[in-house]
Design a protein around this ligand. Structure first.
Ligand code: COI
Length: 356
């Protein structure tokens, strides 16, 4: 159990007014969690302090070799004023996988959860209550040794910052156009694709800019070896409804094991829908679209929850999906997951945990 010290901010910021559009990731709360790691001593000095800039050496290793990891989860305000977290144990477990891949010392899952929970409890008045809003929680670890050699750092900082946020994509649940990328790849097996680390997102930017410049919202990534099999969409996992079946790429080492992905699989199985986790070739999508059996396509992630796809571009072909509105299964999944998160629906799976 961490002994977390609390230093309260002398002056508090003005919180967003009810009804004020929040956007995503622009606003930050009054406090943050910080804990140091030093080789030989382990993780130490857990504390909640006023949100402020960091002072780091320009030689800090994170700036040069990207030794860092992050997580993303949310706190939700229910109509009766409770604050909930959703499946935070999964984020704590995934953090271990990311840390191991990046040679960052592990944070015990119970300490990760305690740190998140304690900071959210301190900042509970920042959890927004407007429909569709939540408090986005961003835990992350950075390598802080001032050393330009390529080696694991001997010192780290674990921080958690909080951002009251609305929808991740301005388009919300309106289906978007997706560019199937045939040149750049996001990750390869044996690389870092399954880990939540900045490098994977940096690697995605050039293709995202290319897709935007061509009038598409996001990139659909193919595998880095055969460039044939579907992996992810933008920064999200991807699902297809093909001929009544819910199909998603199986986890293969280059795909992020999303918490929302896992929740969608659970829900669909609970509803008795046929579910397949397997390789999906781009050719299969083309045939399914041509035969009319590609019924729905959607991305899943913590930030946006569900992001419906209305159009897929592959080389000189543009494939339309559905009628330009969110599909019925995508909508049902969105309503159920957010209903559990916001406390308006029963939670038969024990995913929702009260903070206060
Ligand atoms: C998510 O969907 O939660 C993501 O991982 C996107 C995040 C990088 C903002």
């Amino acid at each position: 159990m961490l002994d977390i010290k609390l230093e309260r901010a002398a002056a508090l910021k003005t919180k967003p007014a009810v009804g004020q559009p929040l956007g995503f990731g622009h606003l930050f709360t009054d406090h943050m969690f910080v804990m140091n790691y030093t080789e030989g001593k382990g993780w130490h000095d857990p504390r909640i302090v006023p949100f402020s800039n960091l002072s780091l050496s320009p030689a800090a290793m994170v700036f040069h070799y990207g030794q860092e990891m992050f997580e993303g989860l949310k706190a939700y305000r229910s109509a009766d004023g409770h604050t909930y977290l959703f499946r935070r144990d999964m984020n704590a477990k995934r953090a271990i996988q990311s840390n191991d891949r990046l040679c960052i010392p592990r944070i015990p899952p119970e300490d990760f959860v305690q740190a998140v929970r304690t900071l959210v409890a301190v900042e509970r008045d920042w959890v927004p209550s407007d429909p569709g809003t939540s408090l986005y929680i961003r835990p992350f670890v950075i390598a802080t040794d001032d050393f330009l050699g390529v080696a694991p750092s001997k010192t780290y900082l674990f921080l958690i910052i909080l951002s009251p946020s609305g929808a991740y994509y301005e388009s919300g649940l309106a289906p978007v156009g997706i560019w199937i990328e045939d040149d750049y790849v996001r990750a390869v097996r044996g690389g870092m694709g399954f880990a939540k680390t900045g490098g994977n997102y940096a690697a995605s930017l050039a293709a995202q800019v290319k897709a935007h410049d061509s009038g598409f919202s996001q990139v659909l990534w193919l595998d880095g070896v055969e460039r044939k099999y579907i992996e992810e969409v933008g920064a999200m996992n991807i699902f297809f409804k093909i001929d009544g079946k819910i199909v998603t790429p199986m986890l293969n080492g280059s795909i992020l094991p999303g918490v929302t992905r896992d929740s969608v699989l659970h829900l669909c199985r609970h509803w008795g829908l046929p579910v397949e986790e397997r390789r999906i070739a781009v050719d299969e999508l083309i045939s399914a679209q041509e035969s009319g059996s590609l019924e729905e396509v959607f991305g899943t992630g913590t930030a946006a929850v569900i992001s419906p796809v209305g159009k897929l571009r592959w080389k000189d072909r543009v494939m339309m999906i559905g009628d330009g509105t969110i599909g019925p299964v995508s909508q049902k999944i969105y309503d159920t997951i957010t209903g559990i998160q916001w406390g308006t629906l029963e939670d038969p799976f024990g995913w929702r945990v009260t903070v206060d």
